[in-house]
Design a protein around this ligand. Structure first.
Ligand code: SF4
Ligand code: SF4
Length: 318
């Protein structure tokens, strides 16, 4: 399914699952971060599972739900049942539902929709309102999900940003068509992209796809005639998956070999866990532990020994 809606050429719409104002962790300065739907990866630790869908999706909060039953009556598809004093949604029906009568009828915010279509003009209007708060270095960041899957939307959006002298960042999986990658990134100032594992099969076991296209695209970008660009590879540190010395050293050597100078390492966290419940999904890394501070410092030392600069978490100079 194509996430971007293009009913006529003036009304291209992009599907967005969140917009965060005053963001200070998604690039230099203070930023407005737009989280775009859809993703080619399925990382088991994903903290934005609602962004994996290419259509608006129902979220149900059993914390807010008071079990009044109004949504059960409202649903014309009969998709809700009650089990052990909780609502159970038939996701084979709900995930494709376009009417979502169960949302408006709920007076307690038990049901909500994640994912809203925006035009470029609507986003530009929001950027212009928030611009005063960005400061000298700030701007906008497109995140996700994978923003490049909505290329028909983000390419004209980024062109508008450039016309308005807005600093642009993108957080991308890099697992996209190489031609699109290079074309769109011509309009981007900074790119953040993950190298989650150097081994293609291990990468696939935790992320759903091999890493070949990702490594190829990062290299293409690092070596392209990219006039204004700055690329920051990131490694999300998942103990037991990618935190061994061998993988870290291989990653650092690859980054150095292709001509980049910085790696940002991010410790595993479980901030997105409750969203899995709201989507009636199982969180697969329930028993996963976070790396210790000592481990993060050890990884930083390994990377720096390879001649690169390494930043831990949001401890960056930008
Ligand atoms: S209408 Fe809202 S509060 Fe009532 S059962 Fe449905 S989700 Fe719960
Ligand atoms: S999302 Fe649609 S099918 Fe699912 S409970 Fe709501 S109205 Fe029914």
């Amino acid at each position: 399914m194509n996430t971007t809606v293009n009913n006529n050429s003036d009304q291209i719409k992009g599907l967005v699952f969140s917009i965060q104002s005053y963001s200070v962790h998604d690039g230099p300065g203070t930023r407005t971060t737009v989280f775009m739907n859809d993703c080619p990866l399925r990382c088991k630790w994903c903290c934005n599972p609602e962004g994996l869908f290419s259509n608006p999706i129902l979220l149900h909060s059993n914390v807010k739900c008071v079990m009044c039953g109004d949504c059960i009556e409202a649903c014309s598809n009969g998709a809700i049942s009650v089990e052990k004093e909780d609502l159970v949604f038939d996701r084979s029906i709900c995930d494709k539902c376009t009417t979502m009568e169960c949302v408006d009828v709920c007076l307690h915010e038990g049901n909500s929709i994640s994912g809203k279509y925006y035009t470029i003009a609507e986003l530009m209007h929001r950027f212009s309102r928030e611009r005063a708060f960005w400061g000298d270095k700030g701007g906008i960041t497109l995140s996700g999900g994978e923003p490049l899957l909505q290329k028909d939307f983000i390419l004209p959006l980024l062109k508008e940003c450039k016309k308005a002298y807005i600093h642009t960042c993108i957080e991308s999986t890099a697992n996209v068509n190489s031609e699109y990658w290079l074309e769109v990134l011509n309009y981007v100032d900074w790119v953040f992209t993950d190298i989650k594992h150097m081994d293609p099969d291990k990468h696939k076991s935790m992320c759903g796809v091999k890493n070949n296209l990702i490594l190829k695209n990062i290299k293409l970008l690092a070596q392209a005639d990219w006039w204004n660009g700055f690329v920051v590879p990131r490694i999300p540190i998942i103990p037991g998956f990618n935190d061994d010395d061998e993988n870290i050293i291989k990653t650092a050597q690859y980054v150095k070999e292709i001509g980049l100078e910085v790696i940002n390492i991010l410790p595993f966290h479980r901030l997105g866990e409750s969203k899995y419940r709201q989507l009636s999904r199982t969180y697969l890394l329930e028993n996963q532990v976070a790396p210790t501070e000592e481990k993060m410092v050890h990884i930083k030392t390994l990377i720096e020994k390879e001649g690169l600069t390494c930043f831990i978490g949001h401890n960056t100079p930008f």
